[in-house]
Write a protein that binds this ligand. Structure first.
Ligand SMILES: [Zn+2]
Length: 201
């Protein structure tokens, strides 16, 4: 299936039906499929951020409904769909203590792409993961033992403990729990009017 996305330019786009904009392909912006969407629980409690593509799938499957739109449309076959900015799950979901899988992406997200030794904010491609207690010395690959780290700091630390290398962690690494998620959602939502009303209460 070929999909394309464009910004809808009408000032009064709320009145356009889904089918009325079919075929409108100017100003294509595939990035919109990756735009972040705030996910609310059925109780309106913010619980996650996902990519627009996944949010649309959740809406199409009837698992979630759109609460806010981001002004873009997604075209798929004969359909034009409004790209959501905020969706809400239709059934209340219990959120386990730890909601995210341990992955490089999530470690970088938790550490906000900041080297945890020197404090430099960097592109994901300029960061690596550092085992605080090196693997060679029994350190585990866990939320508590992995941190975002720039390459110079990683080389400097080598197979040492931070204290041996004269380095200090900016903060103790911990699991990416709902509290961390909320903090990040607030950071991301600060500039987004549509998110703010769900995040700051
Ligand atoms: Zn560094």
């Amino acid at each position: 299936m070929i999909m394309s996305v464009h910004r809808h330019n009408s000032a009064d786009d709320n009145r356009h039906s889904v089918t009325a904009v079919f075929g409108f392909h100017q100003d294509s912006d595939p990035q919109a499929l990756h735009a972040p969407v705030l996910v609310l629980n059925a109780s309106y409690e913010p619980i996650n951020i996902c990519a627009a593509r996944r949010a649309i799938v959740l809406v199409l499957k009837g698992v979630a409904m759109t609460e806010e739109e981001n002004g873009h449309f997604l075209h798929a076959a004969r359909l034009a769909l409004r790209v959501p900015s905020v969706i809400r799950l239709l059934e209340y979901r219990r959120i386990p203590h730890q909601t995210r899988a341990l992955s490089r992406k999530n470690i970088l997200l938790r550490d906000r792409n900041i080297c945890q030794y020197c404090g430099d904010p960097l592109a994901a491609s300029d960061l690596t993961l550092d085992h605080v207690v090196p693997r060679s010395r029994g350190g585990l690959s866990s939320w508590e033992n992995l941190v975002a780290c720039c390459h110079p700091c990683n080389r400097r630390k080598g197979n040492h403990l931070p204290v041996e290398a004269g380095m200090k962690l900016m903060r103790e690494p911990h699991a990416f729990n709902l509290h961390t998620s909320r903090h990040i959602m607030r950071l991301m939502g600060r500039s987004d009017d549509k998110w703010r009303k769900y995040l700051f209460y």
